[in-house]
Design a protein around this ligand. Structure first.
Ligand SMILES: CC(C)=CCC/C(C)=C/CC/C(C)=C/CC/C(C)=C/COP(=O)(O)OP(=O)(O)O
Ligand SMILES: O=P(O)(O)OC[C@@H](O)CO
Ligand SMILES: [Mg+2]
Length: 233
């Protein structure tokens, strides 16, 4: 089976709860050469701020995905290429593994399955909001992460395995082990990518690198460097 993310090297994750640097527009971010935009964040996400970013990106020619942090902020919008729905494999509460999903399905009997894919998250930075929210057990070695990646792919049929270090640059050995563990699944890596070298270091192992805060903190040139590294690696 071919999926859109088979061909991606770089994803830009825009957090609707964060400002853009002075002079930077959503259009500029869409034109950085990134392979896709993911709109999402953990804290402060509303239908309104999600919708505003999706509207602003919709006019530009880049694949656009929503990554909802809970069922209440999922937006039905034809401008979206799809929905990437997290499930946190190392969450401390089943709510973030399957329960939120069960509630979503229970309350919406007309879900757009054609455009819906899950992302099997392994959350690794205990300081990140996503780790606190989901009570993730981040005390994992490379072999634990590799085993989670295998479970996600082989036992749960996940198309996307996401090693998430949001806010810090991860351990290359962990990402390498996750990359070795997956076969057909696409490995996403995100966290702390801030320049060409950090992007290249993770893109050696991951199929797709995800860049987040850099867009909000630094702007266009910095993001473009990471796109270049993702394509070089
Ligand atoms: C069933 C549906 C529709 C949704 C549930 C989705 C789940 C399980 C979400 C749990 C994990 C989560 C909150 C994912 C959001 C994406 C993410 C990890 C963003 C990064 O967040 P941080 O960088 O930690 O947070 P901030 O940047 O907002 O502080
Ligand atoms: O914001 P950063 O640290 O780049 O992390 C990107 C992404 O993995 C967050 O979900
Ligand atoms: Mg973040």
């Amino acid at each position: 089976m071919t999926t859109p993310w088979d061909d991606w090297n770089h994803v830009l994750k825009i957090d609707p709860d964060k400002e853009l640097p002075e002079g930077v527009t959503y259009g500029d971010l869409c034109a950085t050469g990134t392979d896709a935009i993911e709109v999402g964040g953990t804290m402060g996400i509303t239908e309104e701020n999600m919708g505003a970013v999706i509207d602003a990106c919709a006019e530009h020619d880049v694949p656009l995905y929503q990554e909802p942090s809970n069922p209440q902020v999922v937006l039905e919008d034809d401008a979206l290429d799809g929905y990437l729905i997290p499930t946190v494999f190392n969450a401390g509460s089943p709510f973030w593994i399957t329960e939120a999903h069960k509630e979503w399905v229970r309350l919406d009997d007309d879900l757009d399955w054609e455009r819906t894919t899950t992302e099997a998250y392994i959350v690794m930075n205990p300081e990140a909001d996503v780790a606190t929210l989901t009570e993730a057990n981040c005390d994992l070695e490379a072999d634990d992460v590799a085993a989670y990646a295998t479970v996600a792919e082989r036992m749960f049929g996940q198309e996307i395995v996401y090693v998430e270090y949001s806010g810090m640059l991860g351990d290359e050995g962990v990402v390498d082990a996750a990359a070795d563990a997956v076969d057909d699944a696409t490995l996403f890596y995100g966290g702390g990518i801030h320049d060409y070298d950090s992007a290249y270091s993770m893109a050696q192992y991951a199929d797709v690198i995800v860049v987040g805060d850099l867009a909000h903190d630094e702007g266009i040139e910095a993001v473009q460097e990471t796109v270049e590294a993702a394509n070089d690696a």
